[in-house]
Design a protein around this ligand. Sequence first.
Ligand code: OOB
Length: 542
Amino acid sequence: MIPLQQVWPDDLAALYRAKGYWRGETFSQLLRNRVEAQADAVAVVGMDQRWTYGELLAKAETAAAGFLALGLKPGDRVVVQLPNLPEFLSVIFGLFRAKLIPVYALPAHRSTEIVHFLRRAEASAYVVADRHEGFDYRALARAVQAEVPELRHVVVVGEAEEFASFDAFRADPASLPTEDADPSDVAFLQISGGSTGLSKLIPRTHDDYLYSVRESAVISKLSSSSVYLTALPAAHNFPMSSPGYLGALYVGATVVMSPSPSPDACFPLIEREGVTITGLVPPLALLWMQAAPRKTHDISSLEVLLVGGAKFLPEAARRVRPELGCTLQQVFGMAEGLVNYTRLDDPETLIVETQGRPISPDDEILIVDDAGAPVAEGEPGNLLTRGPYTIRAYHNEPAANARSFTDDGFYRTGDVVQRTPEGYLVVMGRATDHINRAGEKISAEEVEDHLLAHPAVFDAAVVSVPDDYLGERICAFVIPNGTAPRGVELKAWMRKRDIADFKVPDQIVFVEDFAVTAVGKVSRRELRAALRQRILEEEGKA
Ligand code: OOB
């Protein structure tokens, strides 16, 4: 197995420790500390269950012993694909306790993506729920296991059928090893949005991630009386740590898991549990504002709404307080590390018009032109960053690492930003070819590769198109090979390729050629830019 690591240069690691950013804490310790302080406080609520911190720890220990009893060994990787159930937390804290490494997949992922994660991570186990939103994950597990024989264990939360049942784990926690993980070790793998090709794996250490969690909790003013609603899929970095359910657990607050982010699911939970804080992507924030005048539930306990994952336009941002009655906190973050927040007591203009400033005084920010030279202060440019919780490398991706990081370790975010005189960042756009569809990042190249596999597709170019609701939608330009299939047929065929549904193009435009300009040879990037321009002009948006 290729070892997991995330290495900062010695001098910086020493600085981050000396400044108290990296405190030598682990995820298991986090939970134990809370239990020592407040075993009987409610930690997690969801699906008619209500667990205290003491119960969460007990369930995590049973889970840990159960995973080890299957034959898994510390360091083994486990792909976790669960909806927002309370068991999401007992599974991941169980894995942490057993020194197993969760790899976070989204419920929307299908066999194409899961097989890729299992192989890239060299995972030996896969944890799923039985069903969610009408989809049977056991059938997915069967398909995946047939393709990846190295996958030794499938564990199911709920009705397990032929697989190992999480609910029936009975091994004695007394058998668990006493020594904890090394805080500088990789604790889990996140999944990148992927601007080129398939998603990459992002190794995060206990030390670096817990720093971002702890500071995020301070920035969002979480306390033990806060109630955090997990509305977005729990596997996403945003609801996980900005300040997320981990921030909430860190300070001894209560976490409510909602099976769906819709107002219908969330408003009753807000009223019943007295939710004080949650996080949404912009399209959902718009949906909540639209639903608010007709609501029959009291959501007045909500104090803070974080919005991020994609650009929240100032016109929409301005409506949050009057329409939802809470303070907006914009968050501009990335699973690779850097997270920016507006602060709760910032002036309205900063809250509405910017995406915030970094968590840490030691988050280094460079804004550069395409040649890598710093732009004049206040001008837009490419955002590069380095700091105490930003990765230095993806797992086992030498080519992507060479592209994505500078020689001195700055991560090229792919985002184009401007810095205000107050030091706040405004996201202007991005330099890479991915589509940010309602906060999900989709690689144009990955979608093109799928389209090209269709016998009637000669060539395909995939671009993002501005969309009032989604922020951006996926538009595929396709040159047919002979008779063009119908757009709906091509979409239906894409769906059958077992990929996440959010990657299927929203719009397909058949063209005879890409009208390549006189220059002759154009890069895919230039081609996509030209096609995007064409559709903007057609829609009168250019
Ligand atoms: C979050 O993380 P990822 O890894 O899914 O996506 C990161 C990318 C950023 O590079 C940027 O392109 C975009 O998502 N993004 C935003 C944004 N927040 C993220 N673009 C404009 N405005 C924003 N507020 O999406 C993520 C991770 C942690 C916290 C929040 C979001």
